[in-house]
Design a protein around this ligand. Sequence first.
Ligand SMILES: [Zn+2]
Length: 676
Amino acid sequence: MSEQNPFFESWTTPFQTPPFGRIRPEHFRPAYDRALSEHRREIQAIASSDTPASFENTIVALERSGRLLIRVELVFSQLAGAHTNDALQEIEREMAPLLARHWNEIYLNAALFARIDQLYEQRDRLALDSESRRVLERYHLDFVRAGARLSGEERNRLAEISERAASLGTAFSQNVLADEQAFVLPLNEDEAEGLPGFAREAAAETAKELSLPAPYAVTTGRSSVEPFLQFAAKRELREKVFRAFASRGANGNAHDNHAIIAETVRLRLERAKLLGYPTFAHFKLADSMAKTPEAARALLEKVWTPARKRALEEKDALQALAREEGANVPFAAWDWRYYAEKLRKRRYDFDESEIKPYLQLPKMIEAAFHTAGRLFGVAFKERKDIPVYHPDVRVWEMTRNGKTEGLFFGDYFARPSKRSGAWMTSFREQESLDGEVLPIVVNTCNFAKGEPALLSFDEARTLFHEFGHALHGLLSKVRYPRLSGTNVARDFVELPSQIFEHWLEQPEILSRFAVHAETGTPMPRALLEKLIAARNFNQGFATVEFLASAFVDMDFHALETTAGADLGKVEAHTLEALGMPAEIAPRHASPHFLHVFGGDGYSAGYYSYLWAEVLDADGFAAFKEAGDVFDRATAQKLYENVYSVGGTRDFAETYRAFRGREPEVDALLEGRGLAT
Ligand SMILES: [Zn+2]
């Protein structure tokens, strides 16, 4: 069978994309096995070389190693997240600890680290260009942070912790998906009362896809839940859906994540202590722009006070409206969106259902392409000849100045085989170590299907956000894979994505691409103005919802000891100390907080979105100051200092080079309507 394993062949598809039509679950284990042993041999050869360490025979050799592993891993992880099944889930569980062990063996290889350390000590005398010096420093830091300086018992313990933590992350994600798949609420006509056309169509599509006997259905996907909570007139059904959504991973069943959270937090702290840090947050943030938990927290706190105040004002207004409408019950979390929608209609004379027919998915994709074209001179052309892993996936070729520079995959619709959320990943990252390698980038979202699919304004913003990440991968122009595209500090990586969101709100973009699905007419100027005028409506709620999750994440990882700590109460304590309004739930409750517990990515790092918002708000202001949101010179600077440089430069420095000064927080507060 191994002869037919597509991972063992060079790919003959256009642009050597993964031949998805031929990739089957049973190919992954043998592919991983071979990839791991190949990589092990390569590492062994580097570590045990008799030749004295040189940049070329050590760092460059490391950059060239593990190619098959990367190839398998990038395909597997996207399938495991976006189109999984029992077979893939089993492989995922098996591989998580094996991969963690594999990387431990590399990072804790004493002979290998001795060579890297030696080069690092000599770095001033090696006559390296700045990118090469940066990749050497990066490798050194990666090894040190993974425990290369430890020895004996401590080294073994760290290895054990990494393996266990990897398994816990996989289990956590699979548990959330299981709870998501387990809940569906079929609805009859009467129960769908209040739902506008677009929400009805999406709910009908869901019922059809799940082969339910009911005309409509709601799931715990965000794109299903949000419109239901905004419009469904039956309060008890809103409560039911809200509770199912909010309790994912916390149902006391076989998929309950509380024990996993507690163990993960304990292991993370133990790891941080082994590496010489007082808390996991200190360890994590040492390798970020913020540098310390104190700096990150100071920003969260600066925004919290005005946000909470605004949210409480919003609550009073919503409660008054509810009372006026005769709802003589205590105002609850499942009422917020419903009355917010009504209040928005009253104050700004429009509601979400008026906007939505203008936000057609295909047009919004076009809008993102158009924006990228105006800013960076790129163009996108659909390719129907590229194999995909699901019929809903679409592929475009990206050219710049007439030259192909990358491929973009868009996987936009929710389905039961896909985990929640939206993300960007790659099947291949740009680099030019041995000739130019074209990036293949993927955006995955969870929008409801429809004919055509219609987005809420928030969803359109998500599309732009993920496309901003995609551009960070697609426009990358670096030599070393380790520094490619989005391989940057976690609190910097949200800058390219979040700054891109600003263009969605521009009248120039909306009047051209927000076109009515049925009539084909552009969004009327008056509606467009109302939409923009209302952009800060309910912003107290949105900010509080986000910040609560960021504080909870920080508090879990700010513990200096877990002895005697009741980890099951951390979240409740955080919310209590904050004075969290009872009518607002954190955007992600910890039992389904995938950013933080589904892996290490955003642990002690959820604040990053706000940190980067300081940069994106301040950065976008540069365009406004230039008097043109598509100003050429500013766009060129943004390209040269942010989108194309990956991790080749210091992040604070590269931001200064773009902006000409340090970032300032004013534009963020202004942007959220929280400036005092
Ligand atoms: Zn993002």
